[in-house]
Design a protein around this ligand. Structure first.
Ligand SMILES: [Zn+2]
Length: 53
């Protein structure tokens, strides 16, 4: 039985399950990245946060 929800990390757009303690992020790294974006007031253009290379 699947009894978990899947969410997409705000920072890197990867799918994760909600057992992650860093929700809505996938990891501490992504949470810190998002936090620093807020601190730098660069959060306006959400579609342009990370370019996967
Ligand atoms: Zn992430």
């Amino acid at each position: 039985m699947k009894n978990y929800k899947v969410y997409i990390c705000v920072t890197c757009k990867n799918k994760n399950n909600n057992q992650n303690e860093f929700y809505p992020f996938c990891s501490k790294k992504c949470r810190d990245i998002d936090l620093s974006k807020w601190l730098n007031e660069e959060y306006a253009i959400e579609d342009n946060i990370i370019e996967q290379k």
